[in-house]
Design a protein. Structure first.
Lengths: 230, 249
């Protein structure tokens, strides 16, 4: 009977659950893309022979990796509205929770992505950079065209796995009251008084998505080889 | 950006407006205390569970190994906040009525702390499990065989041969997990446990000085980080085996 009740509860609230899931996925997608781009820049800076760049990247990564994600979210929820207001003159009452969350996750995850990419760059053999330089490519061009593509390809499984962790972490936007999938489930639970069912349901959805995604990553790692370089 | 913001670091020394005999710094310290209690208790559970599950995953018995794999699969693939809500809101409803009622009659802070410790402990246990497992798997296969050939039982082989080295191999990644348990403890603020990040949020409401409050809490988290790294480095040096990688002594 519980199962049937739950099923009807869920079908009734499907639109808001689906909207919540879209929000969760949006944050994940934005943070994966910008996190990898900014993370790659940080990794290159970290390995640069120009000391201020290296120190900045090292400090950035160390700082963001030592603070709880919840604190980072709260910080950005505090700062982003004022920044937006100052930069674009938007009314502070505009709902900026989604934007804050996207900015916070992108900047936060970049710290983790940069460490993965840095390991990837260091695993590319030194000869690649030397050969590119010998062919007349300047450092940044060689990095962009020769080293980074190989480094990123080698780290694809680790980057994707981090993406799954990130997807789970988006549930923490709860603290800034953003209606992602989990928050929507909890709101329905509070409204309909079916906390037990909704939390177990939300947990199962995350479990299934994450397990399927991990299986996909493993499949990529085993069978779906990329075109070999060189 | 801060042109209209009036900084006041003295705010921490003002007495709290609820009439409690403390100041806002006292609230932060109380939060810090809860964070430490929560993280340390959870890390004990995580270590115990992680070792048991990590060993199970490497045993020759298929069923025991599958048990370990299932544990890790479940606890690592559900967001920690969902797990926390399950422990705090769902479990008391599913327990036998008398136990559920008993739990709900405990002081609220005890309920929150118990749920948070169990949740974080078992969540982090899955991660520790993977570290212990890979620690055991990096050992040459010959170690296990030699131990068994010498007449040690399988439990003895783990106790005297495999685990002592696996623990040492796992110390650097365990250090990051130790830091993670402190960072993840912030999630307990979502069920109302007044740990460090929750106190910082409460300070925002009471003092209207969000930047100072968040900066203070952030600084404490960074200090915790540094302290954990220093302690674990000391541990690593003091248990170092001669002849193994990372040999500093």
């Amino acid at each position: 009977m519980i199962a049937i009740d739950l099923l009807s509860d869920i079908t009734n609230s499907l639109p808001s659950l689906a909207a919540g899931m879209v929000t969760s996925l949006k944050i994940t997608a934005i943070a994966v893309v910008f996190g990898i781009v900014w993370g790659a820049i940080l990794a290159v800076m970290r390995l640069s022979s120009f000391r201020p760049f290296a120190l900045f990247a090292q400090g950035y990564v160390m700082l963001l990796r030592s603070i709880p994600l919840i604190m980072v979210l709260l910080w950005f929820f505090l700062m982003v509205p004022q920044l937006i207001q100052n930069l674009f003159g938007v009314s502070p009452r505009t709902d900026i929770r989604l934007v804050s969350a996207m900015v916070a996750f992108s900047l936060f995850e970049a710290a983790y992505y940069s460490e993965i990419i840095r390991a990837g760059i260091q695993a590319v053999s030194r000869g690649q950079m030397s050969a590119a330089n010998a062919l007349g490519m300047p450092y940044l061009m060689a990095m962009r065209l020769i080293v980074l593509p190989q480094a990123l390809r080698a780290t694809v499984p680790a980057l994707l796995t981090q993406g799954i962790v990130l997807f789970q972490d988006t549930s923490l936007v709860y603290v800034i009251g953003l209606a992602d999938f989990f928050r929507s489930a909890k709101n329905i639970a509070d409204r309909d008084g079916n906390t037990v069912e909704m939390i177990l349901f939300a947990g199962s959805v995350y479990l299934i998505i994450s397990l399927l995604a991990s299986a996909g990553v493993q499949f990529l790692q085993r069978g779906g080889r990329y075109v070999k370089v060189g | 950006m801060f042109k209209n913001y009036s900084w006041d670091w003295g705010v921490f020394l003002q007495p709290v407006s609820t009439g409690e005999p403390t100041n806002y710094l006292g609230w932060l310290l109380a939060g810090f205390y809860n964070t430490v209690v929560l993280a340390l208790s959870a890390s004990l559970i995580a270590f115990a569970v992680g070792v048991v599950m990590g060993v199970l995953r490497t045993t020759p018995n298929r069923w025991l190994a599958a048990l370990g794999t299932t544990y890790v699969g479940i606890f690592r693939n559900i967001p920690v906040i969902v797990q926390l809500f399950a422990w705090y809101f769902v479990l008391p409803e599913l327990l036998p009525t008398s136990m559920g009622t008993w739990f709900k009659q405990l002081p609220a802070s005890t309920q929150m702390m118990t749920s948070a410790v169990l949740c974080l402990g078992l969540y982090m246990g899955a991660r520790v499990c993977e570290l212990i497992r890979s620690g055991i798997e990096t050992l040459p296969k010959g170690q296990r065989s030699a131990a068994l050939a010498l007449g040690l039982t399988l439990p003895q082989a783990y106790r005297y041969v495999l685990l002592p080295v696996a623990f040492r191999v796992a110390i650097p990644p365990l250090t990051s997990e130790m830091i993670n348990v402190f960072k993840n403890s912030a999630v307990a603020s979502t069920i109302g446990l007044l740990e460090l990040s929750a106190q910082a949020q409460q300070l925002v409401d009471y003092t209207a000085h969000p930047y100072e409050s968040f900066a203070a809490a952030t600084a404490v988290y960074i200090s915790i980080n540094v302290i954990v790294v220093l302690i674990m480095r000391q541990v690593e040096v003091s248990v170092h085996l001669p002849g193994y990688i990372g040999g500093k002594s």
